[in-house]
Design a protein around this ligand. Structure first.
Ligand SMILES: [Fe+2]
Ligand SMILES: [Fe+2]
Length: 386
């Protein structure tokens, strides 16, 4: 097996246990790798490798709890695809439920062993260790499981159990912080989509407006050289540009004709309201959304609202969303107007180059037009019969 840790040992007869130097080296190497890892599946893979190398196990898996489906699951590791079992079953379920580690010499003598998996995979489980993982608040996050010792007897010892417990405590903190990070990011995404849809339904904008604006923003961001990560953030945040409309009266939002001056003053407030709704969270993604809500009606020549900013004083995300939003609004039916033909829309986009819109971004817009039109086609509004 091509592995640094084994090179030193390979000239000596196979040993059942690591020397203290080898153990330290393995722990040192893997905890450094795990601490630098941002993706949950990679953390789990490194943990499985670390456990296997430390105690010379044939296989090592990390079980996590899926509370929503009340299952335990393992990710792909050491030749095993994802497995899901009901919470509370098997050795892992037992260790997680009781918080106690398990050391078994022969799994087939124990009623908790589920032989069905062995039958399916043709693998023979003999000796096994399962150690629960505890998070910062004392709650159990999952379990570490090692199967079959790579030694003549194939049986794990109490020392192996101690070492795997050690591995669990070293890796547990990093695992918990990566899980928390993923949870927060997922929650933010869900909230943003939900809130964007509220703004959309209040102003009775056409069904897929926010989705198209999100996709257009992504394409324009990539087109002007932003990284995939940045473009992705913009795509998630831009659907919230009109969230402040939740506070604007229906009589104004749904007025079929032109707004009076006073009504327009009230309408303009949706930018400031959206900004103040989003800005206080301090989360990066919501900060971006706040800026977009505030600036999506600013114009390159300073004639926009609410602050009359001009040129690059308007955040790039605000300038991108302005193009995406107007391009889409012109092509859609609204309470106050019919959808425009594409030619007329494109003529206006060009005419407003350097006036409403950032000239460099309008160039990107025309370069990316085929992709934008594909999105327009793909997320068409459903025709509703009158
Ligand atoms: Fe708006
Ligand atoms: Fe909009």
């Amino acid at each position: 097996m091509p592995n640094d840790h084994l090179t030193a040992a390979s000239v000596e007869p196979p040993a059942d246990e690591r020397t203290p130097e080898q153990l330290l080296r393995i722990i040192f190497d893997y905890t450094a790798k795990i601490a630098n890892e941002k993706s949950l599946s990679n953390v789990l893979l490194h943990m499985a490798d670390m456990g296997r190398e430390m105690i010379l196990a044939d296989r090592c898996t990390v079980w996590l709890i899926d509370r929503r489906s009340r299952e335990l699951f393992t990710t792909v590791a050491h030749g095993v695809d994802e497995i899901r079992i009901p919470l509370g079953t098997g050795f892992a379920g037992y260790a997680i439920e009781t918080g106690e580690p398990i050391l078994i010499e022969d799994a087939y003598n124990d009623p908790r062993h589920n032989a069905a998996n062995d039958q399916k995979t043709g693998y023979h489980t003999k000796s096994l260790i399962t150690v629960p993982f505890v998070g910062n608040d004392g709650s159990i996050l999952g379990a570490y499981q090692a199967v079959n010792k790579r030694s003549a007897s194939s049986v794990f010892t109490n020392r192996d159990l101690e070492h795997l417990t050690l591995a669990a405590s070293y890796a547990g903190k990093s695992l918990e912080s990566v899980m928390l990070h993923e949870e927060i990011a997922a929650t933010q995404r869900d909230l943003i989509v939900a809130m964007g849809e509220i703004g959309e339904s209040r102003s009775k904008e056409t069904g897929n407006h926010v989705k198209r604006v999100a996709e257009y923003s992504y394409i324009l961001a990539i087109g002007c050289g932003l990284s995939h990560e940045e473009a992705e953030q913009l795509k998630i945040a831009s659907p919230m540009h009109d969230i402040g409309k939740v506070a604007i009266p229906d009589a104004i939002l749904q007025k079929p004709g032109k707004l009076t001056e006073e009504e327009f003053e009230i309408m303009k407030q949706h930018t400031l309201i959206g900004y103040s709704m989003l800005k206080s969270s301090g989360r990066a993604l919501l900060n971006i959304a706040a800026t977009i809500a505030l600036q999506h009606h600013e114009k390159w020549n300073g004639a926009g609202y609410p602050h009359g900013l001009s040129g690059e004083d308007i955040h790039l995300y605000g300038r991108i969303t302005a193009i995406a939003d107007v391009f889409d609004a012109l092509g859609s039916d609204r309470v106050y107007k019919k959808a425009w033909e594409l030619d007329r829309i494109l003529a206006l986009m060009q005419e407003e180059r350097g006036r409403h819109f950032d000239p460099a971004l309008i160039d990107v817009f025309f370069e990316q037009l085929p992709k934008l039109l594909t999105i327009r086609e793909q997320y068409q509004d459903k025709l509703i019969s009158p």
